[in-house]
Design a protein around this ligand. Structure first.
Ligand code: SAH
Length: 388
């Protein structure tokens, strides 16, 4: 018998809104094992589609197909979806050898992440159902891309919610200690096993290129990591300072700067303290980037996150020369675009700065947002100009 689950009326309504997740509290009957592909039925038995079932996570159901008459969610469907995701990335003509090939729900492959770093791939399977399909995913990627190596970066904490262990392992071929990739003409050495996320912050690629159009004079890159923004902006700058709290990140940034022949004053420090320090010393900048980690990782953290975002934006606006540019980002999906805009506005009022919005941007196109699924719109990036 094909595994199946039955939803409550509320669960059925949620699916009608297009959202691909159903919470455990909206599942009334389960005839399935952990990680099964199941038929999902409404309260009166009507088939609603096919899904992954998790016996652990609060997200019990992740839809693969919608509707009663859809094709079954078999291995062929998974392969066709992988092909479609790859074809879309191909069509984007991305100016980089590192980018996201598969972005989970937005590619109709729930909880699957695949990033390309040149000839190497990094994979994450973040639910029971997708984890079980890892061999199929690896075989399909091998067939379609012929990578030199595939690494599972299955260390995100999200896997614990699914009862899956945290594990980093080579699944195919070889993964060297360091892989070299290029983005918009800049080369990076990446440690795929230990770098943050899958190695680099690929979602900021287009924002870095956009910011470079406006950068001039004295540039400050806050929360720099390996120097994604600093390396890109330094070419147009007279002086570039980068700050990150991680010594490892700053060491990598310095190596990247040397490799690309750009001068960056890279400092290990806490941005909150250093912005205050610059203010005390009366320093001024012509371009500042704020790309902090997600301050609001949960709903409970929103208030504290708001205070944090406001503080750094306020201080940065004060440090900007008239005509200067602020690139301000938030990757907390719990703080949506409207809320983030309000925080930045309030910071500008307190800084007594008049500010225009030059561009409102988001995560790069290889990390698509799925309409109606706010969880997939996580990265906001505003490019602002401080008026005289
Ligand atoms: N801008 C980077 C990505 C930044 S990720 C890029 O384009 O690649 C966020 C970074 O903030 C991480 O490298 C983390 O080490 C750093 N960080 C977190 N808290 C910090 C703090 N209080 N001060 C300075 N850096 C911090």
């Amino acid at each position: 018998m094909i595994p199946s689950v039955v939803l409550s009326t509320r669960g059925e309504q949620r699916l009608q809104s297009g959202h691909p997740w159903v919470y455990r509290s909206d599942v009334t009957e389960v005839r399935a094992e952990a990680g099964d592909r199941v038929i999902v039925r409404g309260p009166r038995g009507r088939p609603l589609g096919h899904a992954f079932y998790s016996d652990r996570s609060q997200i019990a159901i992740r839809m693969l197909t919608f509707g009663g008459d859809g094709a079954p969610a078999d291995d062929g469907l998974i392969r066709r979806r992988i092909e479609a995701a790859l074809a879309f990335r191909e069509s984007l003509a991305i100016d980089a050898t590192a980018y996201r090939l598969i972005h989970g729900e937005a590619d109709q492959l729930p909880s699957l992440i695949v990033d390309r770093y040149g000839d190497h791939l990094v994979v994450q399977t973040l639910s029971q159902g997708m984890d079980r399909l890892l061999p199929l995913v690896v075989a399909t990627l091998g067939d379609l891309i012929h990578p030199r190596g595939i690494l599972a970066r299955n260390d995100p904490r999200a896997r614990l919610l699914e009862g899956l262990e945290q594990r980093v392992e080579v699944l195919a071929g070889e993964i060297p200690e360091s892989v070299t990739v290029a983005e918009n003409g800049i080369e990076y050495d990446v440690d795929l096993r230990r770098g943050q996320k899958t190695g680099l912050f690929l979602d900021q690629r287009e924002n870095r290129a956009a910011a470079a159009l406006y950068a001039h004079g004295r540039v400050l890159d806050c929360f720099s990591y390996h120097g994604g923004f600093a390396l890109r902006l330094a070419r147009a700058a007279s002086e570039t300072i980068a700050i990150d709290v991680s010594e490892d990140a700053i060491a990598r940034l310095r190596a990247n700067a040397a490799r690309n022949g750009v001068a960056i004053d890279a400092r290990v420090g806490n941005v909150f303290d250093d912005l205050r320090g610059f203010e005390r010393l009366g320093e001024r900048f012509d371009a500042i980037v704020l790309d902090p980690p997600a301050f609001a990782k949960s709903k409970a953290a929103i208030e504290k996150a708001t205070t944090g975002y406001k503080e750094i934006n306020l201080r940065a606006l004060k440090l900007l020369n008239p005509g200067g540019m602020l690139v301000t980002c938030s990757c907390s999906y719990n703080v949506n675009e409207g809320a983030f805009a309000q925080i930045v506005y309030e910071a500008s009022v307190d800084a007594r700065a008049h500010v225009t919005v030059v561009e409102k941007r988001m995560q790069a196109r290889d990390h698509p947002v799925l309409l109606g699924v706010p969880e997939t719109y996580y990265l906001k990036c505003f490019i602002l100009r401080k008026l005289a």
